[in-house]
Design a protein around this ligand. Structure first.
Ligand SMILES: C[S@@+](CC[C@H](N)C(=O)[O-])C[C@H]1O[C@@H](n2cnc3c(N)ncnc32)[C@H](O)[C@@H]1O
Length: 268
C-alpha cells in the first residue's frame, strides 16, 4: 500500500483482521468448495479456464484458485491484502507450481492487460471504494479477457436484511471475532433446525444439505464484516459502467447473489 489515497482506513484494517481470524479457523479446502465455486461463476464451466491465465482478487484461503488450476489453467495469481490469509492460501496452493500467491490490496493492483480471466468472489461488496477496485481489476485484464464478479444481492435478501443483518451491523461486527464465532455456532444450530423444515427457496434447501461446520463458517463470514453491501442488479451494473467492458451475463445466483460476467473490449 504505497500511495496515500489507498492507505486502508481503520474500518478496512479491522475488516482485514476479522477475515484473517475467520480464515485461520476455517483454513481447509473441502470438495464442497468446488461445487460452490461452480455456483459462483455460473454459467461458466471449469473447462473455461483451460489454457488461460487468471487473477483471483481477494483470494482468502485460495479455494477458488484451486479448481481452475486443476482444470488446466495455464497460470494463476491469487492475492489477498492479509498476510496471514495469504500464507494459508500459499500452503493450500503449494501443489501448483504455476500459481503464485501475493500479499496485495486490490486498490494497489498495478497489472495492466496481463490476465485472460480476472475474478473476485465475495470481496467487492466489503470494500469502501468498490468502483475503484473494479477499475483496477478491469485494467489487469487482457483485451477480450473475462471479468467475473460475485457479490451479495439485495433481491432475495430483503427479509434477511430486515431481521438478521442488523445483528451484524450493531453487534457482531463490533465485538471480538471469537465471541462472534460463539454466536455463529448458536445461530447455526437455530438455522439448521429452521432449514430442516420443508422449504421451497433454493438457498434454504441448499443449506439443509450442507454439513454443520460448513454452514457455521458461512454464518460466521456473514456476521463478521463491518462493511457488507447488498446490491440491486442496477447497482452491480453501475460498478462496471464507464469501464471498457461489455456485460455478457448477469445471474441471480441461488436467488441471493449476483454473478456478473463481462468481456473487456478489444479496442481498449
Ligand atoms: C469473504 S472473503 C472471500 C475470500 C475468497 N474470495 C473466497 O471466496 O473464499 C473476502 C476476502 O477479501 C480480502 N480483502 C478485503 N479487502 C481486500 C483488498 N482491499 N484487497 C485484497 N483483498 C481484500 C479479505 O482479506 C478476505 O480474505
Amino acid at each position: 500500500m504505497n500511495s496515500k489515497s489507498t492507505e486502508p482506513t481503520k474500518q478496512e484494517k479491522d475488516l482485514e483482521e476479522r477475515f484473517s481470524f475467520a480464515w485461520s479457523e476455517y483454513r481447509e479446502i473441502i470438495p464442497l468448495h468446488r461445487k460452490q465455486f461452480l455456483g459462483w461463476i455460473t454459467p461458466l464451466p471449469l473447462e473455461f479456464f483451460r489454457g488461460k491465465s487468471f487473477l483471483d482478487a481477494g483470494c482468502g484461503i485460495g479455494r477458488n484458485s484451486r479448481w481452475p488450476l486443476e482444470a488446466g489453467a495455464l497460470a494463476g495469481c491469487a492475492f489477498d491484502c492479509s498476510e496471514a490469509t495469504a500464507a494459508v492460501a500459499r500452503h493450500n496452493l503449494a501443489p501448483f507450481s504455476n500459481c503464485r500467491v501475493e500479499i496485495n490490496s486490490i486498490y494497489d493492483l498495478r497489472a495492466q492487460g496481463e490476465y485472460d480471466v480476472v475474478f473476485s468472489i465475495g470481496v467487492i461488496h466489503h470494500l469502501k471504494h468498490p468502483r475503484r477496485a473494479v477499475e483496477r481489476l478491469v485494467a489487469a485484464l487482457k483485451p477480450g479477457g473475462t471479468l467475473i464478479l460475485w457479490v451479495y444481492a439485495y433481491e432475495g435478501n430483503e427479509r434477511y436484511l430486515r431481521w438478521v443483518d442488523p445483528i451484524r451491523r450493531w453487534i457482531t461486527s463490533r465485538i471480538s471475532p471469537s465471541l462472534t464465532r460463539a454466536l455463529a455456532k448458536l445461530l447455526t444450530v437455530l438455522l439448521k433446525a429452521y432449514v430442516s423444515l420443508p422449504h421451497r427457496q433454493e438457498y434454504l434447501v441448499l443449506l439443509r444439505e450442507r454439513a454443520f461446520r460448513h454452514v457455521e463458517a458461512m454464518v460466521f463470514d456473514q456476521l463478521l464484516p463491518s462493511i457488507s453491501n447488498y446490491w440491486t442488479r442496477e447497482q452491480v451494473l453501475a460498478l462496471v459502467a464507464g469501464r471498457p467492458v461489455r456485460v455478457t451475463q448477469m445471474t441471480h445466483t441461488h436467488g441471493v447473489a449476483w454473478t456478473l460476467i463481462a468481456e473487456k473490449t478489444r479496442d481498449s
